[in-house]
Design a protein around this ligand. Structure first.
Ligand SMILES: [Zn+2]
Length: 148
């Protein structure tokens, strides 16, 4: 399966999931994400909205949590998020870029094109250049404060 084929499949999973949940749960569901792991499994998740918008959780992060709970040594291969009402592809926010890079250092991210309604596949490193890294006492570079 080519990268384009994987991307089309993942986009469809996210769009179908958003449409299904949007109709069932109404306007509280505004974003869905789908991610493919290196092991070949697809997980899907939803934006977790609250009455306090500043504590809402992005769909990408919720989906990463589901994948982490389901797979030991989970690594993201590819990820996409779509937004209501037309389930158009959105680019991950800064917080999501950090999560994606930590759990998929070479992950591919499906993002919308600037010029039209198309999309492209880009490496997370291009969305988050010079990512924060923590140097441990042994001199190794850790990927996340909470893992050291
Ligand atoms: Zn986000």
């Amino acid at each position: 399966m080519t990268e384009q084929q994987k991307a089309r499949r993942l986009i469809k999973v996210a769009q179908d999931f958003l449409k299904e949940r949007y109709e069932l749960q109404g306007h509280h569901i505004i974003v869905a994400a789908a991610l493919l792991t290196k092991s070949g499994h697809i997980y899907k998740g939803l934006h977790i909205g609250t009455t306090q918008p500043s504590v809402a959780t992005c769909a990408e992060i919720a989906t990463i949590g589901i994948a982490l709970a389901s797979e030991k040594n989970m690594q993201i291969d590819m990820i996409v998020a779509v937004r209501d009402p037309e389930a158009y592809i959105i680019s991950p926010c800064g917080k999501c870029r950090e999560y994606i890079a930590d759990y998929g250092p070479d992950a591919q991210v499906i993002v919308p094109l600037e010029a039209d309604s198309g999309w492209e596949i880009v490496p997370i490193s291009s969305l988050l250049p010079l990512k924060y890294k923590k140097r441990t006492q042994s001199g190794q570079i850790g990927i996340c404060e909470c893992k050291s």
